[in-house]
Design a protein around this ligand. Structure first.
Ligand code: DGL
Length: 283
């Protein structure tokens, strides 16, 4: 009972006590621009939805931070989104999901949260070599969520964990330096391929934004597993199950960042092909 009251108070503090409506927006967040890989898939299958994107670019990267700190940062962004209000929150970040998915679901039981976990299951199902590589940030590979996924779905294959320090930051800040990016990607991808991995899981939402570079480094015969379409489908399916799909011709999209608005605007242009106004976000 006490727990329920505490949850109610927390929801009140975030402005999330009113019932959700189909006309409310979908909230998407990431530590930076990586969540745009999910956003892109979402607008393709749910064009009627209004979507609010929050990038915590001022505090990016999350990956090297302790999970408890990432958890605090995620709570702040989630509260900002709930105050919009939104009818669902997509945590379009593996590191954030590893740290905070469980806690946010407990804190805000009235709002569905969609989280990300490395797509080890589909990779393990199709692997012929019995070795699957996972590219992710340090936070994701440290999390309980990851170990659960491996234990549940990948007991018959060897999971090669490859932390990629600096890669998400490179994608975020230096999109023009193709040669530098290739070199960094090679460093992380080659050892996995040389160890026999025939499937590489993109375990950070920034990585689908450089899928071609990863594919080139991996070479022929190695499958790249990008979870973003499945996350978008799951979001749409949850909205449909709850009778919360928007009923309008075309939705609007808003972008906020705690970092540099120009940097996110440039990424929106590159990933979604549109000129968007990016507003400074405080949370
Ligand atoms: N995009 C985030 C993820 O999916 C990580 C980037 C970061 O380290 O902040 O894990």
């Amino acid at each position: 009972m006490k727990e329920i009251n505490r949850n109610a108070m927390r929801e009140k503090a975030s402005g999330a006590t009113r019932p959700t409506a189909a006309s409310d927006a979908v909230g998407v967040f990431d530590s930076g621009q990586g969540g745009l890989s999910i956003f892109r898939e979402l607008i393709a299958i749910a064009p009627a939805e209004n979507i609010v994107y929050c990038s915590d670019g001022g505090r990016m990267p999350y990956g090297p931070r302790p999970l408890a700190e990432v958890r605090r940062l995620c709570e702040n962004v989630a509260r900002r989104l709930l105050a919009v209000p939104v009818k669902i929150v997509v945590i379009a970040c593996n590191a954030a999901s590893a740290a905070s998915l469980k806690q946010l679901r407990e804190m805000f039981p009235g709002i569905p949260f969609v989280g990300m976990e490395p797509a080890v299951k589909p990779a393990a199902t199709v692997s012929r070599s019995g070795k699957v590589g996972v590219l992710a940030t340090e936070a994701t590979l440290q999390g309980e969520l990851f170990e659960n996924v491996v234990a549940r779905f990948a007991s018959k294959v060897e999971v090669l964990r490859q932390p990629c320090p600096g890669l998400a930051e490179f994608i975020e800040k230096r999109s023009g330096d193709a040669a530098g990016l290739e070199k960094l990607v090679e460093k992380f991808v080659r050892p996995l391929v040389e160890a026999g991995a025939d499937n590489l899981v993109l375990g950070c939402s920034h990585y689908p934004l450089i899928k071609d570079t990863i594919r080139k480094a991996a070479g022929e015969g190695v499958a790249i597993i990008d979870p973003s379409p499945a996350i978008a489908r799951r979001t749409r399916q949850l909205l449909a199950e709850k009778g919360l799909l928007a009923d309008r011709e075309r939705g609007t999209h808003r972008f906020y960042t705690s970092g540099e608005p120009d940097l996110l605007a440039e990424a929106v242009k590159r990933v979604l092909g549109v000129d968007a106004k990016v507003e400074p976000g405080t949370w």
